[in-house]
Write a protein that binds this ligand. Structure first.
Ligand code: CTP
Length: 397
């Protein structure tokens, strides 16, 4: 069944940005009911919200629509989640003090679940001790999103900006996920490393980092404190409260992972570190030579095995390795499970071009010392959740 979001819209200048949020929610199959304050209606016509949400917009506490039920009680009870965005300092002050003088504040008072609040205002109004006290008060019962930093509508520069719609959307998605990894420290090695040949050229591989990024997002949604040590790959999830540390080489990835490893509950290592490094790396750019025979051959030497070195100091940590193979998938994976001192290994067949590297899909074996599970072809997000499910089962967290 569709999740029902009641979106309370107050009269912040960022109100037009809420339209993006409504559109994003509707496209992702949420049922959105918008309630506006009278002042919000002066800034934007409710028809736009009605068109995007495909639902009637409510404002008036006494409006009955030939309905015998009390509107604010019905709206409060019928919603799975209330989101207030943008939330002005004024409405925030009212709800922090239990004032119910319009439809929106009546609904809020009649709703007894945790809400998502998105304050947005001028930096001085935000920093005012009264507003800060109200935020602290509301944080006891609700999720108060941090506003962004930047140029504000009034011309000031500072904190108070309405967050990007995708960040609010992510907070909403996360709200509905069970927190079975609450406060667990999850460390992830993600993506490809690179090893320089000269200052402008390098050796690397085709890893997209998608598996690592999906694991990070899913673990974060499940309540974990997530740190990603990230190789040479992109991520769309950098604004979602995940700690991303960018590295280039194996040495750097090892150094950063090692820094966090001691204090980690779960290490996930879908990274694709380069197995070789260049022995005769040049400090200056190799220039083009007409006769290719005169180039120095590139000499390679073995690079550090990050995972194997980390697990030498393994204590309480639950460690998950990954194995990308083209043949004898399970056999090679089982030998890596033992050799690298892992609790679990996730293996996949990279000879299939439709899944694995760079694809959004994969099909994997999840292997522990006493069990082998095989998944269907699933999205990498679904695979990430299957891996986390296996960890929750095994670790009895
Ligand atoms: N790994 C690592 N450091 C390396 C190579 C791999 O930490 N230098 C990690 C990977 O992140 C993965 C696991 O070890 O979690 C297995 O990686 P894989 O590339 O499948 O195996 P290799 O150990 O490199 O062995 P081979 O390339 O011979 O299959």
């Amino acid at each position: 069944m569709k999740k029902r979001i009641l979106l309370g819209v107050t009269s912040g200048i960022a109100i037009y940005k809420t339209l993006d949020l409504v559109s994003m929610l509707v496209k992702n199959d949420y049922d959105v009911n918008v309630v506006m304050t009278e002042n919000a209606k002066k800034l934007i016509n409710p028809i736009i919200f009605e068109t995007l949400s495909k639902n009637k917009v409510y404002t008036d506490v006494f409006y009955r629509d030939m309905d015998v039920e009390v509107k604010h009680i019905k709206l409060a009870l019928n919603s799975d989640l209330i989101v207030l965005a943008p939330l002005t300092a004024n409405t925030m002050a009212k709800i922090a003090n239990g004032i119910a003088d319009n439809l929106l504040t009546n609904i809020v008072l009649a709703h007894n679940k945790k809400m998502i609040l998105v304050p947005s205002m001028n930096v001085n109004m935000l920093n005012n001790p009264i507003t800060q006290r109200n935020i602290k008060q509301l944080e006891k019962d609700h999720i108060v999103m941090e506003s962004d930093f930047g140029h504000l509508a009034c011309g000031d520069y500072g904190k108070g900006k309405f967050p990007q719609a995708k960040r609010i959307f992510e907070q909403i998605e996360s709200y509905f996920v069970d927190k079975d990894l609450q406060d667990k420290k999850v460390l992830i090695g993600c993506g490809a490393t690179i090893e320089n040949i000269d200052p402008v050229r390098y050796i690397s591989n085709f890893s997209s980092g998608k598996m690592g990024n999906e694991l990070a997002l899913c673990a974060k949604r499940r309540g974990a404190i997530v740190t990603v040590v990230c190789g040479n790959v992109k991520s769309d999830y950098r604004d979602f409260g995940i700690n991303y540390i960018d590295v280039k080489t194996n040495e750097q990835m090892y150094e950063q992972l090692n820094k966090y490893f001691n204090d980690t509950d779960i290490l996930l290592m879908p990274a694709a570190p380069v197995d070789f490094k260049v022995k005769n790396k040049k400090d200056t750019k190799i220039k083009k030579i007409k006769d290719c025979k005169n180039y120095d051959p590139i000499e390679i030497e073995e690079n550090i095995d990050i995972l194997k070195n980390l697990t030498k100091n393994k204590k309480k940590q639950f460690v998950v390795g990954f194995a990308a193979e083209t043949n004898s998938v399970k056999e090679y994976a089982i030998s890596k499970l033992k050799d690298k001192n892992l609790n679990l290994i996730v293996a996949n067949d990279v000879s299939n071009k439709n899944i694995g590297f760079n694809s959004d899909f994969n099909k994997v074996f999840i292997i522990s010392k006493d069990e082998i599970k095989e998944t269907e072809v699933l999205t990498k997000r679904e695979i990430a959740n299957k891996i986390l499910d296996s960890i929750v089962e095994k670790k009895c967290l």
